[in-house]
Design a protein around this ligand. Structure first.
Ligand code: BTX
Length: 239
């Protein structure tokens, strides 16, 4: 029988409070093995992409996984997104990926993924999942938490255990059979077939999302012209 070695979660560092688990993970990257996880009860300066802030009070799961892949792979973000989708399914919550780095449930954002790395050295895979935490007033239109679906608070330890299990599994699939992971990403990406607005650097593109390609980029149909988008912010409500 082939023994499968666990990578993600071989070591878990738990903190009560930290500015950002991604920052903390970066500061210890050289001292710990690949797969080490930093999880904090609350973050005082949780970050999203492009310097945006990520609200992280007690009750949610805020964690970073230290990965040391041979090269930086932009598809690592999907390891996080797919693991969240599977974790939510374990608790009976249906969700989908809003390319490239959000997970939505019931029409609202329930989780976000932030990958940061240094070429040839490491990638920090940060995942923020709203579990039992309150959603601040100003985000209630767009954000939700697991507790809003279950009606009862969830044991955070159990959610963490499922999330680490799925992160480990999808990281292995990415390394060994990336095409299988990308097929799953396509299946889970709920924006496909819909007209979206994508902001890519200074470009604003409006078109129909038709596919997620094997390299992780989004294929847009803009009035019959196909355009590949490597990275960007997607909005669905822009009319
Ligand atoms: P993003 O840039 O796609 O999303 C950030 C935006 O999401 C914010 O501008 C705000 O509108 C909204 N938002 C803020 N907090 C929440 C929340 N709790 N739930 C839903 N929406 C919210 C997404 O970035 C990537 C987030 C990664 C967060 C993890 S937590 C662990 C790790 N450490 C860290 O500092 N960041 C990552």
């Amino acid at each position: 029988m082939v023994k499968i070695e666990q990578v993600v979660g071989i070591r878990v560092i738990t903190l009560d409070e930290v500015d950002s688990t991604n920052e903390y993970a970066k500061s210890i990257v050289r001292e710990v093995p690949e797969g080490t996880v930093v999880v904090a009860k609350r973050q005082t300066a949780g970050r999203g992409r492009k310097g945006r802030s990520w609200t992280s009070p007690e009750g949610g799961l805020w964690l970073s996984v230290i990965l040391k892949p041979p090269k930086v792979d932009p598809r690592l973000v999907f390891v996080g997104a797919l693991a969240v989708v599977d974790t939510l399914a374990d608790f009976g919550i249906a969700s989908g990926i809003k390319w490239p780095n959000d997970v939505w449930a019931g029409g609202k954002k329930i989780a976000g993924v932030l990958t940061e790395g240094k070429v040839g050295e490491y990638t920090i895979l940060g995942v923020g999942l709203n579990v039992n935490n309150p959603i601040p007033e100003e985000l209630r239109e767009t954000a939700t938490a697991m507790v809003n679906f279950t009606g009862v608070k969830l044991p955070l330890e159990r959610v963490l255990e499922r999330l680490l299990f799925h992160l480990d599994g999808w990281y292995r699939v990415l390394k060994e059979r990336p095409e299988i992971m990308m097929a799953k990403v396509r299946e889970r990406t709920f924006i496909l077939g819909r007209v979206v607005r994508v902001v890519e650097d200074d470009d604003v593109l409006i078109g129909r999302a038709v596919d997620v390609l094997d390299d992780g980029s989004l294929l847009l149909d803009i009035g019959g012209q196909l355009r590949r988008v490597l990275y960007g912010d997607v909005s669905l409500r822009f009319f």
